[in-house]
Design a protein around this ligand. Structure first.
Ligand code: ADP
Length: 477
């Protein structure tokens, strides 16, 4: 059994309990992780506080940056091992697991460089005063991580928080702990002081809840579902703990008739098929200008029919979903679509020798979906793409913004004026023009509006969330 990683040591869970680790490609148990509870969280928070007040907190920003850089290099040196772990644990096709390792290494590289460039300002004020701001770390930050991109999300939130000078307690998702535990161990090996990075595994309602309600945690960074996000922010409010929330989306790709279809089609397909659609920023709705609608449906149909699904080790377009309950959830959406008479335009194919116990869903393209249908409104978190026509710019804007979410949107057109006019009207944290950024963009501030959450991660912007701005006013005569 894998234990918690606290204070640079493997620590047995206080409860003695464990959680089975399942390989989604085969549906088989291949290990166990510790089932953490509030005692384990308390131990980890105390370790983090001691590190923050001691060996870790004493380092200069440049020294912190050097450690982050060392970890980045170590992650790349352990590429094959991490790819293998992540593929087995999460069902990611090898090339996608490899992309995740490259991303986490890049996050640590980016935040290594940023650590000693986080500065305050001087502020013009009344005569006889000098006023300036400094950015101080918050202290102990809690990170509740989902199962879809464990390494990437660890990189973007823990990387930024460490660079800003905080000590971290991480609660990975119960389905996806192995890579994160190994990354924490590698951090210890490259020289991170004990307590700077602590990982407590366990269920959300036990370990996750204990982390969000802990009185000595100074910030919570949560990525996950909207309902749990709501719960976490309510729990954290008890101690006035600030929370960054990233809660997913129903992100539209708007395609005009003048778009470069050759460039657009592979990007649109990748944005819903990558990680089997289990991506917060998946491009899950395609809105197409009426005059080009049938042509785009035909192109996407051909692309979807060529997609192949199978076990992670076969490294195909799509692996399995993370677990059976997720598969059943996606299937329920598809059954509902069938009952409502919606048209499946195309589906990919499961390879003939796919293991019977794996959690497979073939990519599915559904056409003419009414904008109010649940499939056009709700996050499916599977490889299901809906497509619908629009009449003009105003209609496209209305459809694009007409969901509870607002994470990412994209606009495909060669018309420069339209690109910017549309971009300004999108209710989303990111807008891509003639490209789409699912899964990448370490440097680009990322986060949502509306039910997609609040606060920004990635890029330099993320560092601000992990600091407290202090204003110092000096009166000198
Ligand atoms: P999903 O439905 O995709 O599994 P969740 O929002 O349930 O997404 O999970 C995201 C993360 O939140 C996971 O690490 C999970 O363990 C954690 N979590 C789930 N429930 C709670 C809770 N009540 N409090 C804190 N964290 C939770």
């Amino acid at each position: 059994m894998k234990q918690h990683f606290i204070d640079n040591l493997w620590v047995a869970p206080a409860s003695g309990g464990h959680i089975p680790v399942i390989n989604p490609s085969h549906g088989t148990v291949f290990g166990h992780v510790a089932r953490g509870n509030s005692d384990d969280i308390d131990l980890a928070v105390r370790a983090a506080r001691t590190a923050f007040d001691g060996a870790w907190g004493r380092l200069t920003a440049t020294e912190r940056g050097r450690l982050l850089q060392k970890l980045s290099e170590s992650l790349l040196q352990h590429m094959d091992e991490l790819v293998q772990l992540e593929s087995q644990d999460c069902g990611k096709p090898t090339n996608q697991a490899r992309a995740d390792v490259n991303s986490i290494a890049r996050y640590f590289e980016f935040y290594a460089g940023a650590a000693d460039k986080l500065m305050g300002e001087t502020i013009p004020y009344q005569n006889g005063y000098t006023v300036f701001t400094i950015r101080e770390p918050q202290g102990v930050t809690g990170h509740i991580v989902p199962w879809n991109y464990p390494m990437q999300i660890f990189g973007r939130s823990v990387g930024a928080s460490l660079a800003a000078g905080n000590a971290c307690v991480v609660k990975p998702a119960e389905d996806a702990c192995l890579s994160i535990l190994r990354v924490a161990e590698l951090a210890a090996e490259v020289g991170f002081p004990a307590g700077a990075i602590n990982v407590v595994t366990g269920y959300g309602h036990e370990a996750g809840d204990a982390l969000s309600r802990h009185p000595d945690v100074d910030h919570i960074s949560f990525t996950g579902s909207p309902n749990i996000g709501k719960l976490v922010i309510q729990t954290a409010a008890e101690h006035h703990t600030p929370v960054t929330l990233e809660l997913g989306g129903k992100s539209p790709q708007i395609v005009f008739a003048d778009a470069d279809f050759d460039a657009m089609v592979p990007v649109v397909v990748d944005a819903i098929v990558r990680n089997s659609g289990q991506t917060c920023s998946a491009g899950s709705r395609v809105l197409v200008e009426r005059s080009a609608y049938e042509a785009v449906v035909a192109r996407l149909t051909a692309a979807f029919e060529a997609l192949r699904v199978g076990p992670a080790e076969m490294d195909l377009d799509c692996g399995p979903l993370i677990r059976d309950s997720q598969l059943q959830r996606v299937k329920a959406y598809l059954d509902e679509a069938k009952r409502d008479g919606l048209t499946v335009a195309a589906q990919g194919h499961l390879v003939a020798d796919a293991p019977a116990g794996g959690f497979y869903q073939v990519p599915t393209l559904i056409r003419d979906v009414p904008p109010t249908h649940r499939l056009a409104q709700e996050e499916v978190f599977g490889p299901v793409l809906v497509i619908m026509p629009f009449e003009d710019d105003a209609h496209a804007v209305q459809l694009a913004n007409d969901t509870a979410f607002g994470l990412v949107s994209s606009i495909w057109t060669r018309d420069g004026g339209r690109q910017l006019r549309m971009a300004r009207q999108m209710q989303s944290g990111q807008v891509f023009i003639n490209n789409y950024g699912a899964g990448g963009g370490i440097e680009l501030p990322f986060g949502g509006v509306k039910a997609s959450g609040h606060g920004r991660e990635k890029g330099f912007e993320a560092l601000y969330s992990f600091t407290v701005l202090k204003t110092i006013s000096i009166k000198h005569d």
